[in-house]
Design a protein around this ligand. Structure first.
Ligand code: CMC
Length: 458
């Protein structure tokens, strides 16, 4: 690998001067010549673009064509993969807004279905639009009877995320005549089917794991009410949806609905950019979400809290373990790539957690442990220095537990919540005429050319 010692990047301090700033078709502002790359004695001007919330980026679209250079950014820490108008997140200030609306307002006043509409179509719906949207979803809640038989092929203790991802991709086999991502009508119906059927698929995976009969969807119930009914009712007795639980779940799903270009959403965009159908695309997002560093953290948090509890509840001991670089233990539900301040979702969930447990009359010792861990971490230099705060997953599992959702279903709940965000981001991408297939480059560091040796000579 060559070492270009003379390479330097000079970024002139940017102000917003009159006259040389242009607004582009995609709503960003562009300023020519704001950043200069000095490379091998040549100078290249790189435009700076600015988004509507004034966040700035160097546009390197012409970099390789002009210089032969690419950029390397492992983990995409500095890379903007797209321009997007869906969600705004300021990690330094702890701000999260969907389509401009603060998460705090939406969590308090809106419903999950309304937020889904907002994310997907860009505006809050009128009453009529909302009713149409709700109707288009409720008419698709059932799954094909043949699909139900697939559940018999899963071992009893299959993780529900494996069932969810494979069932979602299998849906594409049932809708081969209406899943072309380039046809608007196909997009609409695929989006509605996914929002409608995911709760059914998820609830059936739970019923399968406990050996109870599947409960058909009920379209006279709310989106959440229907999900709860499919999860918790049995044919032998009556079941009534508890409004406290219904509201708590609705709020949790709103808080999970989108989070700009996280791991699973980026996966969705990447897979979708190949023009795979929406079912295959979303299934890939479900798989990406499963990992414990992403959506799987909510399950990992409860497992961690249970371990601390069973070990006598000594929070300090586990804080020390999380700091120990010789240990693989991390404080699950803590830290975030983007938030270097409190995760605003965690604030809302912590309060909801206290409220819900109080209203339900539940005392969960894991909540006490979580609070002790949080308190100890927020006073500890290691966590303070690294700006590690509780994230969305730290308290959500305690609410799920109180509601009766089993631990291995927690990440499925995250997936239910994230569905409209994945769909909205995919729709934005696929409807953008400028979208090209996602195809990162690499810096090769393997063997240089060598000759094949017959096996006897190796
Ligand atoms: N416990 C202990 N140390 C931590 C933790 C943690 N939870 N998170 C980060 N650190 C340390 C890390 O060891 C590193 O220390 P050092 O500078 O000494 O090497 C420093 O903080 C920076 O961490 P990083 O791993 O480089 O940060 P990242 O941006 O690559 O990772 C993260 C972000 C969320 C994967 C990470 O904080 C983590 O593993 N947290 C626990 C898992 C978790 O809660 N994930 C859910 C994220 S929120 C829901 C979602 O959107 O999916």
């Amino acid at each position: 690998m060559k070492d270009h010692a003379a390479t330097a990047v000079g970024l002139s301090r940017w102000r917003a001067p009159q006259g040389i700033q242009t607004t582009t078709q995609d709503g960003t502002r562009r300023m020519a010549g704001a950043a200069k790359l000095v490379y091998d004695g040549q100078e290249l001007e790189l435009p700076i673009i600015e988004g509507t919330e004034n966040e700035r980026a160097i546009d390197i679209g012409k970099l390789r064509g002009t210089t032969g250079l690419i950029t390397v950014d492992e983990g995409f820490v500095n890379t903007g993969s797209c321009k997007s108008g869906v969600t705004f997140l300021d990690g330094e200030q702890g701000i999260l807004r969907y389509r401009g609306y603060p998460i705090e307002d939406l969590a308090e006043k809106s419903t999950f279905l309304e937020v889904a509409y907002l994310l997907i179509y860009g505006e809050l719906p009128t009453k009529e639009q909302y009713e149409d949207f709700q109707h288009s979803i409720t008419v698709h809640t059932m799954i094909h009877e043949d699909l139900k038989r697939l559940y018999d092929g899963y071992p009893k203790d299959s993780h529900p995320m494996s069932i969810l991802s494979s069932m979602i991709v299998t849906l594409s086999g049932y809708y081969t005549d209406s899943s072309d991502p380039l046809i608007p009508m196909h997009r609409e119906i695929s989006m509605a089917r996914l929002l409608a059927k995911t709760p059914t698929i998820a609830a059936y995976s739970y019923k399968k794991s406990i050996g109870q009969p599947f409960v058909y969807p009920r379209n006279n119930l709310s989106y959440i009410g229907n999900f709860m009914n499919m999860m918790f009712s049995v044919p032998a007795t009556d079941y009534e949806v508890d409004p406290v639980i219904e509201r708590a779940l609705d709020t949790l799903l709103i808080l999970h609905a989108d989070h700009e270009q996280n791991c699973s959403t980026s996966t969705v965009r990447l897979v979708g950019s190949s023009r795979a159908n929406l079912y295959a695309t979303i299934a890939s997002g479900v798989c990406a979400l499963w990992g414990p560093l992403h959506g799987g953290a909510n399950q990992a948090v409860i497992e961690m809290l249970s371990r601390v509890h069973e070990d006598g509840g000594d929070a300090k001991k586990y804080i020390e373990l999380a700091k120990d670089k010789n240990s693989t233990f991390r404080l699950m539900g803590f830290g975030h790539r983007v938030y270097k301040n409190f995760d605003p979702r965690a604030r809302i969930i912590k309060k909801a957690c206290d409220d819900v447990l109080k209203k339900m009359g539940v005392h969960d010792p894991l909540l006490e442990i979580a609070k002790k861990l949080e308190e100890a971490a927020l006073e500890d230099e290691y966590f303070v220095e690294r700006k590690l705060y509780p994230n969305v997953d730290f308290y959500s599992g305690i609410i799920y537990r109180a509601i009766g959702i089993p631990t291995d279903m927690f990440t499925v709940m995250f997936a239910l919540g994230r569905m409209p965000g994945w769909i909205a981001q995919w729709k934005e991408m696929i409807e953008n005429p400028g979208t090209r297939i996602g195809r990162p480059r690499q810096v090769y560091n393997g063997a240089t050319e060598r000759r094949y040796q017959d096996i006897g000579k190796r």
